[in-house]
Design a protein around this ligand. Structure first.
Ligand code: LMR
Length: 330
């Protein structure tokens, strides 16, 4: 069984525990690799991944042992989904924006201003339409174990951004999502798809001028250090698909599979219950570290909504009007 070293942050102590996992499985245990791209100790995906590993390693001790590889150390954005299908990794939690080559349906999560806040996003993921999307790639061999919420997204740039016209002519790093690309184009800026591991360097060397992400990513990857400031646009929600492959799941004995799925479910619920606290902690961490955060007044917010809303129509056919309506209703 793997050792677990708890690192408890003062602010989050009452809400969730941060753990770091040392990868040291015992002989005879089935080693299960969980790879992801985020880092730090306060990031919701880091916490959820480590909690999942801790639970499996305790409750399936001697049978299964989860090793966690954060920070793109095993696989980064470009290779991880392929690696899952090849059996080189068994668990991932990619952003829902990274599945464009496998399904267009998940593009609904990238539509700007479709979710007012994370509660609205969670109402959608808990709805029938949202739950069905978990299995939108079963023909490919991907199994969605649950949605892990991460946070709302905010723009940062190397100049102040208060209205969309401030972004005109700038280059923004985006994930590999056609919806995100269209959204940046709607601001009069140019989208630059790029792996998450490369973003800090690209901002620092001015290969790109800005990016969009959650407080947890902006803090743990130190993007705020190489940007003029972050604007509280709340324009999208970032969430992850905690996932495995059908091949891996089918290979488990029924009793082991049942325990594994139960733990996945419970860890997912726990992660989603503590995500708002993690985001608030990392927002405060940015300010404490000297980062600048700009808020918008109602008029400025309306200008962002007006600029980006036409993107919905552009993707109606490939995402599905019914799916967009269900998400917007939530
Ligand atoms: C990004 O690429 O910006 C994020 O999806 C990274 C992550 O997994 O939070």
């Amino acid at each position: 069984m793997k050792k677990i070293f708890p690192i408890v942050s003062a602010i989050a102590m009452t809400v969730f525990t941060h753990t770091a996992i040392a990868n040291d499985c015992d002989k005879g245990e089935r080693v299960v690799k969980l790879s992801h791209v985020t880092g730090g100790t306060t990031h919701p995906k880091v916490v959820a991944s480590n909690n999942f590993a801790a639970r499996v390693n305790k409750e399936l001790n001697g049978i299964m042992c989860v090793e966690v590889y954060p920070n793109s150390t095993l696989f980064g954005d470009s290779k991880e989904l392929e690696a899952l299908l090849l059996g080189d990794v068994q668990l991932l939690a990619p952003s829902l924006s990274k599945f464009g080559s496998y399904t267009k349906k998940l593009g609904v999560f990238d539509l700007p201003f479709i979710f007012k806040d994370m509660d609205a996003g969670m109402r959608f993921t808990n709805s029938k339409v949202g739950k069905d999307l978990l299995n939108s790639m079963d023909k490919v061999g991907f199994v969605g174990l649950g949605y892990w919420m991460s946070g709302m997204k905010y723009f940062s740039a190397n100049k102040p951004l208060l209205v969309p016209s401030d972004a005109k002519g700038l280059k923004f790093r985006v994930q590999t999502s056609d919806v995100a690309k269209a959204m940046i184009a709607a601001m009069g800026a140019s989208p630059q798809p790029m792996a998450f591991a490369e973003v800090y360097g690209a901002l620092q060397t001015k290969v790109v001028d800005g990016q969009e992400n959650t407080w947890s990513n902006i803090y743990t990857k130190k993007f705020f250090e190489v940007q003029d400031g972050v604007t509280e646009t709340n324009h999208q929600m970032l969430a992850y698909l905690f996932m495995t492959s059908k091949e891996f799941l089918d290979s488990l004995k029924p009793d082991v599979r049942a325990k594994f799925l139960k733990i996945a479910d419970e860890v997912t619920q726990e992660a989603n219950n503590s995500v708002k606290a993690a985001e608030a902690e990392n927002r405060a961490n940015i300010l404490k570290a000297g980062g600048k955060i700009r808020t918008l007044n109602n008029e400025q917010r309306k200008a962002w909504i007006d600029a980006m809303k036409p993107v919905w129509k552009q993707f109606e056919d490939e995402i599905g009007k019914d799916v967009i309506e269900a998400a917007a209703k939530s």
